[in-house]
Design a protein around this ligand. Structure first.
Ligand code: ZN
Length: 257
């Protein structure tokens, strides 16, 4: 019993000291929070790499009908095209999108991709078209390459026409034009088989019809043309396309001289 009482007394003494120490500490008022200078939020850019790696392997999912944005329906997506040697459009589009993303992020933008990799199915074109709205984007760019007759070549930039809302009527065309100008400055030639002056007004692209943020679709090249197939198949060529697309977006956003 004596031993046990002793322990209690020691414990009480320690507690007393600890409490005294705490009570003796000078009270300091909590520092007033220092407001950080208001930094402008970085502009958000949605990049939409066309198609996806498993679209061709899962035709039921790919062919599912979705709203086309003009009162009709169209397939969720397609498998896309390829070069004569078999380099697929979905791989090209994803690689270019990643390169564009890196360039835009280096310039201070925040980038949202519509698909995280090149190994899945979808998303469907209506979801891609709404991606700009979902992300609060200042601009959205779909990245594709075409599959036309081998003798045809050049890029074109598509936009929704007739426009379905004021954004499509104005800013979307400005984005398409900025992308066209940047591709020209990057050394690429206007399409010689579709559209006019490197631009193509389209009513049939659901990804553009659904857009409520400035949105354009770049068909970088004709993958069936031997010269352009070589270009899109090379990392250096894809980096040239990416640099031009990034320049066009930055010019549209006013982030480039
Ligand atoms: Zn495509």
């Amino acid at each position: 019993m004596r031993t046990s009482q002793c322990v209690v007394l020691v414990a009480a003494a320690v507690l007393t000291v600890a409490c005294s120490g705490a009570a003796a500490a000078p009270e300091r008022p909590a520092p007033a929070p220092v407001a950080a200078p208001a930094a402008a939020a970085p502009p958000v850019v949605v990049l939409d790499p066309g198609h996806n790696g498993r679209n061709g392997a899962e035709p039921a999912a790919t062919r599912r009908l979705v709203p086309d944005g003009r009162g009709g329906e169209k397939a969720c997506n397609t498998a896309g095209t390829s070069t004569g040697a078999g380099y697929p459009e979905h791989a090209f589009a994803f690689d270019v999108a990643k390169r564009v993303a890196a360039k835009l992020e280096a310039a201070g933008a925040r980038v949202v991709l519509t698909r995280p990799d090149d190994h899945g199915v979808g998303p469907c074109v209506d979801e891609r078209g709404r991606a700009g709205e979902a992300a609060g984007a200042a601009a959205a760019v779909s990245i594709h390459a075409d599959g036309a007759a081998p003798g045809s070549s050049g890029f074109h930039v598509a936009y929704s026409d007739p426009p379905l809302n004021p954004v499509q009527a104005g800013p979307a065309k400005e984005l398409a034009t900025a992308l066209r100008d940047a591709l020209r400055s990057g050394g690429f030639r206007d399409s010689d088989y579709i559209g006019r002056d490197g631009l193509s007004p389209r009513a049939d692209l659901a990804g553009l019809n659904h857009a409520t943020r400035p949105t354009a679709l770049v068909e970088c090249a004709n993958m069936r043309n031997p010269d352009e197939a070589a270009l899109v198949s090379s990392p250096a060529g894809r980096d040239r396309y990416a640099a031009a697309i990034a320049d066009g977006v930055l010019a549209f956003l006013g982030l480039k001289d």
